[in-house]
Design a protein around this ligand. Structure first.
Ligand SMILES: Nc1ncnc2c1ncn2[C@@H]1O[C@H](COP(=O)(O)OP(=O)(O)OP(=O)(O)O)[C@@H](O)[C@H]1O
Ligand SMILES: [Mg+2]
Length: 251
């Protein structure tokens, strides 16, 4: 029997202003423990869909449910505890130290300072950032890859069941990107979280995703395992995206 979905998006549309249709009747489930990758060109609605999943954005129509209950009805701080979020471009608070950034959600939850500090150090260790060197630095004093790792640590801080990652390796050079992808794969084996990750890099999607959802102009074209998409693309655009892969070229 398939377990109940952790998150389910039902017929969700998002309209901005008079005429920007960022999402059009998207329906999908996020399954317990999986890494679901959202892929699509710039402007296809990936970030908007991710923001619906943690209630930062309320759909114009349709609904999003967390463990079966509409996300609209839930307490925003409780959602932050249960769903970690790594924003596009890390999104660290510039005037806060690394320790304060990583400890943000525990602070919101009112954890004692000593418990917060212990958690911050453990997470920096997990991300291969020596706490003694990094704890007191500010985001501007970090490389892009280090900022992304701090953002990932922040998303894990209150041990959420779900982590949303918006192009976590997007702005990095190829070497750093590859190193962080490897680190992510290692972490995935140690963590039990359900993950939803945005990318526009097909290789990354195929390497990291248990399932892939392909978006175009706000529509969900197909969702399935990488081999399903490769074998039976449901749409010309999916076939086109994957043909490059089969031919060993990049789109
Ligand atoms: N707050 C907003 N107000 C108006 N339009 C918006 C807003 N947020 C997003 N959009 C528009 O909605 C569409 C989808 O945007 P979204 O950020 O979800 O795309 P994306 O797939 O994440 O793109 P990228 O790969 O460039 O990050 C785009 O046309 C964008 O301009
Ligand atoms: Mg985006």
């Amino acid at each position: 029997m398939t377990p109940a979905p952790v998150l389910s998006v039902r017929d969700a549309s998002q309209v901005f202003g008079a005429d920007v249709r960022a999402l059009r009747a998207v329906t999908l489930d996020v399954r317990h423990g999986e890494t679901l990758v959202l892929i699509g060109e710039s402007g296809s609605g990936k970030t908007t869909l991710l923001r619906l999943l943690n209630g930062l954005q309320t759909p114009t129509s349709g609904d999003v449910c967390l463990h079966g209950a509409s996300i609209r009805a839930q307490d925003p701080i409780e959602i932050r505890r249960r769903i970690g979020y790594v924003q596009q471009d890390a999104g660290l608070l510039p005037h806060w130290t690394v320790a304060d950034n990583v400890g943000l959600v525990p602070w919101l939850l009112g954890w004692e300072p000593a418990r917060r500090a212990g958690r911050v150090d453990a997470l920096l260790d997990l991300m291969n950032l020596d706490p003694r060197r990094f704890r007191t630095r500010y985001p501007v004093e970090l490389s892009g890859g280090q900022q992304q790792r701090v953002a990932f640590a922040r998303a894990l801080a209150a041990d959420p069941d779900i982590i949303l990652l918006d192009e976590p390796f997007g702005a990095l050079d190829a070497m750093t990107r590859h190193a962080l992808q490897q680190q992510f794969l290692g972490l995935k084996q140690r963590l039990t979280q359900t993950m939803v990750m945005v990318t526009h890099d097909l290789d990354e999607a195929l390497r990291l995703g248990d399932r892939i959802a392909v978006l175009k102009e706000g529509r969900l074209l197909q969702i399935g395992r990488p081999d399903e998409l490769l074998r039976t693309p449901a749409h010309d655009d999916v076939a086109h995206l994957l043909r490059y892969r089969a031919e060993g070229r990049r789109p």
